[in-house]
Ligand binder design. Structure first.
Ligand SMILES: Nc1ncnc2c1ncn2[C@@H]1O[C@H](COP(=O)(O)OP(=O)(O)OP(=O)(O)O)[C@@H](O)[C@H]1O
Length: 308
């Protein structure tokens, strides 16, 4: 081997070791932080077609303060069901869900939620939407207004405070929804496919915006998505659920240093990790979404064009 080849090989190895050290230190520090969300042996079932169907089975997780965790898995595996239980929107028959040392028994200001569908009140202005939580908490209108303006400033929507939701783009609506959730200073923010309805460009902008917010606020995020790129770009760890019933199949650390630029999606390490997760998620499983099982053959509706 030529001398300069040896030198460059040593440099590559040393860069690799340095990178690994950064990642090891990052996760060591992460695991030393308090557990803010604990899901223990959670099982959920629903009545479906006259029988009881187990949707989530003995799901256990521990998520640490300021961690960013994505939950992925095939359609119908119970991701939203898990998110709704953590948010306190649905009761659960067995197991334990603890947030900030308290058992989840219903919605609470300690858990914020942002959904894919725009859930803003259409009859309220942007500012009034963001003020909703503080007003419900009994804070004065002027106090709630002041906080709402601070949060609208943080998400870059100050100029739109008197607009109504229908006057905003999808990305702007989601920024209002994020401000509306964060104004309550939740310990955990649960986001269920929040960018699923956005075009790819806006989605990428929103991912960066969310990472900027997360880095600057003491918030733990549980982010439900179908999108592997999104999961790898955003997460510290990815919880992979398998379907039928929904069980934790794997919990994967994302060994990519932060801050992460959106261009990282073309990096070889990113692509390798994505391929690995993809193979875990799409590990052959029986189809459980009835709408996918019963895909009909479409009959010809109009006469065939004989020239084609
Ligand atoms: N309230 C309910 N009553 C009956 N069945 C329900 C209820 N909520 C969810 N389910 C069922 O639980 C299963 C899991 O649904 P869930 O929405 O949690 O899956 P998901 O992984 O989020 O799916 P997707 O990726 O398609 O959004 C589905 O079969 C769904 O029909």
């Amino acid at each position: 081997m030529m001398t300069h080849d040896i030198a460059s090989s040593v440099a590559v190895n040393s860069a690799h070791t340095d990178h690994q050290q950064v990642i090891d230190d990052y996760f060591k520090a992460l695991y030393q932080r308090n557990v803010v969300l604990k899901v223990d042996n959670l099982t959920q079932s629903f009545d479906q077609g006259g029988s009881r169907k187990v949707i989530l089975k003995e799901v256990s997780l521990q998520i640490h303060e300021r961690e960013f965790v994505c939950v992925i898995g095939p359609s119908g595996c119970g991701k939203s069901t898990l998110g709704r239980i953590i948010a306190g929107l649905d009761a659960y028959p067995s197991g334990e869900v603890i947030v900030d040392n308290e058992r989840v028994k219903g919605p609470s200001a300690s858990r914020g939620m942002v959904f894919q569908g725009y859930t803003l009140f259409p009859w309220k202005t942007v500012k009034e939407n963001v003020m909703f939580g503080p007003i419900m908490e009994g804070r004065s209108k002027s106090n709630a207004e002041r906080s709402a303006r601070e949060w609208l400033d943080i998400v870059g929507l100050s100029k739109y405070e008197n607009h109504y939701p229908h006057q905003l783009s999808g990305g702007m609506k989601q920024r209002v929804a994020i401000a509306r959730a964060l104004i309550n200073e939740p310990k955990v923010l649960i986001m269920d496919e929040p960018f699923g309805a956005l075009d790819p460009y806006t989605r990428q902008k929103m991912q960066k915006h969310l990472l900027d917010l997360w880095r600057n606020i003491d918030i733990t995020i549980v982010f439900i998505t179908h999108d592997m790129d999104e999961a790898v770009l955003l997460s510290d760890r990815i919880v992979v659920l398998k379907a039928n019933p929904g069980e934790v199949q794997d919990i994967i650390e994302v060994p990519l240093a932060r801050p992460r630029h959106p261009d990282i999606v073309t990096d070889s390490q990113f692509l390798q990790l994505k391929a690995r997760i993809n193979s875990i998620v799409h590990n052959p499983q029986p189809e459980i979404d009835p709408a996918l099982v019963e895909m009909p053959d479409i009959p010809r509706m109009t006469p065939l064009d004989t020239y084609k």
